[in-house]
Write a protein that binds this ligand. Structure first.
Ligand code: CA
Length: 254
């Protein structure tokens, strides 16, 4: 199985800075999106620190074969969390900064997704889109309690309030999911600047539309979010598994 990937980040039309960051490393099977928060461009610092720490941690520890992928992901996310906390101690102007993160690690016909906050992972398989992650957000808690519909949550003014983030100063535990990766599947990682501007149906249509390259899909998603208002920074990472010649595909779930 060979993994192809592309990523794109855009400031959007309203925000003065881009506080999102991304990681696209097909040879290592590591992909991530982080969405920073905090005044005076500190959000940018937090998201970049997280991406750096997670990339380094997974690259180094990838050689420690005795650790499982979920253990590696836990360590990588905690490393990012601690690096952000340390920077806040050193630089008072960074106090209060934080970031979300969604990380995907691909290994053969399987992949794992770890996330903290409201950056998302979606899976498009056979034309149907499924959100893999569950937002750690205030409005999602209200959806869970039956007090808001998903549609209302997407437009609610409190939709940016996350209930879990890196940089809080305490240990942060990500949610980790394991999924099967089949030939033709498209996996999308994104910051909320995409999914607050576009509903799931629109995201699904844009992913599924014919395209020559994954770069083209990324450009199309970002352009659509900007056409819908571009109210926030927009970041997308799209990956796809292709079966090599003569290779058997993983068994499809019934
Ligand atoms: Ca955002």
């Amino acid at each position: 199985m060979r993994v192809l990937a592309a990523g794109l980040t855009d400031k959007g039309l309203i925000r003065p800075h881009n506080e999102d960051a991304l990681l696209v490393e097909p040879p290592n099977g590591v992909f991530a999106v982080a969405d920073g928060m905090g005044g005076h461009a500190a959000g940018e610092v937090a998201s970049n620190l997280a991406i750096e720490a997670i990339g380094e941690s997974l690259r180094e520890r990838g050689r420690e074969l005795e650790l499982s992928v979920p253990e590696l992901l836990l360590q990588a996310v905690e490393e990012a969390n601690q690096r952000i906390a340390k920077r806040m101690e050193e630089r008072p102007e960074c106090r209060g900064m934080g970031t979300t993160v969604v990380v995907a690690v691909v290994n053969g016909a399987q992949f794992w997704v770890a996330h903290v906050g409201d950056s998302r992972a979606y899976l498009l398989r056979d034309g149907s889109l499924r959100q893999i992650t569950t937002d750690h957000s205030f409005v999602n808690e209200l959806v869970r309690l039956g007090m808001l519909s998903r549609e209302q949550a997407a437009r609610d003014p409190r939709r940016n309030v996350v209930t879990r983030a890196l940089g809080s100063g305490t240990v942060v535990v990500p949610d980790i999911q394991q999924e099967l990766l089949l030939a033709g599947d498209l996996v999308l990682l994104c910051s909320d600047g995409l999914n607050t501007m576009l509903g799931d149906k629109r995201i699904s249509d844009l992913l599924a539309a014919p395209s020559k390259t994954l770069e083209e899909i990324c450009e199309r998603l970002v352009a659509a979010a900007n056409e819908a208002g571009g109210e926030d920074n927009i970041t997308v990472v799209v990956l796809q598994a292709r079966v090599e010649d003569g290779e058997a595909e993983a068994t499809r779930p019934q």
